[in-house]
Design a protein around this ligand. Structure first.
Ligand SMILES: Cc1ncc(COP(=O)(O)O)c(C=O)c1O
Length: 288
């Protein structure tokens, strides 16, 4: 039976012993940045350098400069995998300013935590049948960064839970749908693949999907999208590191396309998944 291990400030320990201070500004004031990625090919973290670049960019918003190397993160993820006994992992990397030592925001050394658990990818039925989503009017704070402040997201997910939906899409005061609570949003209309580029996280999965979709003949457009654009789309997808590409077949009370996952979602996701495994093999070979 695998026993989860996490790392706090570089030290790997059983999950039950992993603790951060009650004075941590992540806890006290909600100041923090994080990333989620998954491994492929038996423990190879996918797009680690892209995720770390975004982690440090988010951490720069609260004045923390890069202080842990990619090699250290890689070693810790491998250590956790060995000690935990999981095959593939879902990895969260969190950075906060650290303990509050003076005034409101005065901090000591930054805190960094690596939480790596069993992957728990969505079941095959989610890809075969698609998932449902709702829309809600709200905006994520600092939407181009991945901060730990998901309070508005929590509100959206409560509404989604009540509606039995998988995801909730943010709608801006101007009426544009920007992203999901934990995913980016893409819309297929004919051979156009459209996605918002403003007021949302620059998704790493989405960026990885782009060349694959284009090679299949889809044309990429970054543009604003309204709820009607979603309701009238042939296909709607969400992307995120763990879910890859998941088709959305119903939004609010509207069936999307035929109400079943479309052909593009199926083919592009299969190719994307294969490309992630191929990346992991290349990565393993280059480190052997
Ligand atoms: C708000 C938000 N947007 C988009 C994404 C998808 O980003 P990525 O593809 O880099 O995982 C996430 C992932 O957790 C997210 O939290």
């Amino acid at each position: 039976m695998p026993i989860d291990h996490f790392a706090v400030n570089g030290r790997v320990m059983p999950a039950g012993e992993a603790r951060v201070s009650v004075l941590d500004l992540g806890f006290l004031r909600g100041v923090g940045a994080f990333e989620t990625l998954r491994t492929y090919g038996g423990g190879h973290p996918h797009a680690l350098s892209e995720h770390l670049a975004r982690l440090w960019e988010s951490a720069s918003a609260f004045g923390v400069a890069p202080f842990v190397s990619e090699g250290d993160y890689r070693r810790i993820i491998a250590d956790i995998r060995r000690t935990s006994g999981h095959d593939e992992l879902r990895v969260n990397m969190v950075v906060t300013p650290g303990e509050n030592v003076s005034g409101v925001f005065g901090a000591g050394e930054p805190t960094w935590v690596v939480i790596a658990r069993d992957l728990h990818a969505p079941p095959a039925s989610a890809y075969d049948d698609g998932v449902t989503a709702i829309t809600f009017e709200a905006q994520r704070h600092l939407p181009t960064l991945k901060t730990t402040n998901y309070l508005t997201g929590k509100v959206g997910m409560s509404l989604a839970d009540r509606a039995g939906a998988h995801e909730a899409f943010y709608v801006s005061p101007e009426g544009y749908v920007t992203e999901g609570v934990t995913s980016n949003l893409l819309v297929v209309q004919g051979k156009r693949l459209m996605t918002p580029a403003q007021d949302c996280l620059p998704g790493i999965t989405k960026a990885g999907v782009r060349p694959i979709a284009e090679a299949q003949g889809l044309r990429w457009y970054e543009c604003r999208l309204t709820k009607d654009d979603l309701y009238l789309a042939d296909e709607v997808w969400i992307t995120s590191a763990v879910r890859e590409i998941l088709p959305v077949v119903r939004i609010d009370d509207h069936a999307i396309g035929t109400g079943k996952p479309g052909p593009w979602a199926r083919s592009v996701r299969a190719l994307y998944h294969q490309s992630c495994i191929a990346d992991a093999r290349r990565d393993a070979a280059s480190r052997a």
